[in-house]
Design a protein around this ligand. Sequence first.
Ligand SMILES: [Zn+2]
Length: 255
Amino acid sequence: MLLRCNGRMPRRRNAAGRTIGCPDPDHIALPMPDTLATADELGMRLALDQALNAQLAGEVPVGAVILQHTAQGPQVLATGYNRPITTHDPTAHAEIVALRHAAQLLQNYRLPDCTLYVTLEPCAMCAMALLHARLKRVVFAAADPKTGAAGSVLDLFADPRLNHHTTLVGGVLAEPAAALLRQFFAERRAQQRIERAERVEHVERVERGEHVERADRGALRAAAPPSPDQATIPVGETTEWHAPASPDPQHREPQ
Ligand SMILES: [Zn+2]
């Protein structure tokens, strides 16, 4: 169970003798998990919540959260969700958004005591940013066979020519993360089919010489195929998702 602090939960010991609560009203204190696997699932559930925020904003549903390891246990330091479309920013992937918030909060461009959880395998841009930040661990859920840079298309975390300070874990809660992506793309395809049918219907009406009302002409323009620079999924972003070869969590220490 997650315990939200909100400044009204002073640090105290719970029934199990663990210290919970947090003096910082912006932090969410997590009960100390019994195992690392449990901790990773707790972190990934928070990232999945962020992915839902992306979905609500009409973005590809990918979410991230950064937990800082403190003497009181892991604390939520920053969150982020995918929003390149809404912010007109091709770098606004969930990991980058969360990284920027965390670095600003700590006033440090390196985050060695932190773990980042993200619901989709990082792309090359995000993987390099995570390596630059010297994160302690990176945990992702679903693999991305099209742009994944943590083992799918390439593996920047394992390249011996780069500095390695980051432990990589993949496949944690992969199925719920993948289900969210599958649902998103299925809805997109259904919407595209509707728009295609509307375009055909309007063209047929024009060809038959039917009078097209002003409102209908507006609908016709709205249903016109988007130009390449109006694509709703940014270039380089995942456009589909397929099941990873191995859904089991994969742990790998830095080399
Ligand atoms: Zn990325």
